[in-house]
Design a protein around this ligand. Structure first.
Ligand SMILES: Cc1cc2nc3c(=O)[nH]c(=O)nc-3n(C[C@H](O)[C@H](O)[C@H](O)COP(=O)(O)OP(=O)(O)OC[C@H]3O[C@@H](n4cnc5c(N)ncnc54)[C@H](O)[C@@H]3O)c2cc1C
Length: 270
């Protein structure tokens, strides 16, 4: 079996337990995340798990890569604790404000720097942005085939994988030649809890950091100014709920509810 060089992309995301502290900056139209603890995007733990399983079976190396601020080092420590071999942080003020395209461009340039790669594994989507665009975009920059919503990966031979990809109402089985990019969903595996020796491993390992100067990036393609999409306006939507209690016996409650929904145009009159 041929050992594989696998790169996993991991995104630092604000911990959802603190989302009530997130706010929008009305001037820059960007999300204010200061002071909110960050965690690894949950699906990226599935991506790491799958990479580690493949490495355990076939040999090779697993490298995680992330674009984010220096606080991302804590997220990379978790990846080390899970058992990855190397971690790379792409961090520079010039990368800030990137849309998905500019994010994918920098990630692809960072992946190129790690050497020849056989597989790139990502989460299918992030907890916060959730566009599911970064995986396919990274693959396009790298000139690789890409598969999304992957819930099972099996090897046909050293150069070909078979992936089961979830689609509406079922799944698709797709064969792809390596090198390939796979964006995985949460059904693919149960990510391991880092073992105690993993935590020791994490304290011994140091992540590599690359800034824009260390990378062969075109300055017109990075950060807010290099992003082809922009946010023209943001607004907070005030929602108010009108509580109403319907009483009576269950059949009567159901009848009243249907009448009210018809009156509001939610259900059609028949
Ligand atoms: C105009 C504009 C400005 C923005 N400005 C900012 C900003 O200032 N600060 C900010 O934090 N966000 C900003 N964003 C959001 C930013 O573009 C996204 O967070 C980022 O591109 C990833 O998109 P996503 O979350 O939809 O990823 P998805 O495509 O949903 O993620 C899929 C997978 O891609 C990988 N991935 C995604 N992002 C990264 C990453 N950074 N590093 C490694 N792997 C990754 C992960 O494996 C993830 O599971 C901005 C977006 C726009 C449109």
């Amino acid at each position: 079996m041929k050992p594989l060089n696998i790169v996993v992309c991991v995104k630092p995301v604000p911990d959802s337990r603190y989302w009530d502290r997130l706010s929008l900056d009305p001037n820059t139209k960007l999300l204010r995340r200061e002071g909110i603890p960050i965690i690894m995007n949950p699906l990226d733990r599935n991506a790491i798990e799958e990479a580690l399983k493949i490495k355990e079976e076939r040999g090779g190396k697993v490298t995680v890569i992330s674009m984010g601020p220096d606080s991302t080092f804590d997220v990379l420590a978790w990846a080390y604790a899970m058992g990855v071999d190397d971690a790379v942080l792409l961090s520079d003020r010039a990368f800030a404000g990137a849309d998905t395209w500019a994010t994918a461009y920098v990630l692809a340039k960072g992946i190129e720097k790690t050497g020849d790669v056989d597989m790139i594994i990502l989460g299918n989507e992030s907890l916060d942005g959730s566009t599911a665009q970064v995986g396919p975009q990274v693959a396009e920059f790298m000139g690789m085939p890409h598969l999304t919503n992957v819930e099972e990966i099996t090897f046909v031979n050293d150069d070909t994988v078979n992936a089961r990809c979830k689609i509406e109402g079922g799944y698709m089985l797709v064969e792809a030649k390596l090198p390939v990019t796979l964006a995985v969903n949460g059904e693919i595996n149960d990510p391991r809890i880092p073992p105690v020796f993993g935590a020791l491993w994490a304290t011994e390992k140091e992540s590599t950091k690359y800034t824009a100067n260390d990378m062969d990036v075109d300055e017109d393609k990075i950060g807010l100014s290099g992003s082809p999409s922009y946010v023209p306006e943001v607004s907070n939507i005030e929602t108010q709920r009108m509580g109403e209690v319907i009483s009576g016996d269950p059949a009567d409650i159901a009848r009243q509810l249907v009448e009210k929904l018809k009156a509001d145009g939610v259900l059609p009159e028949v």
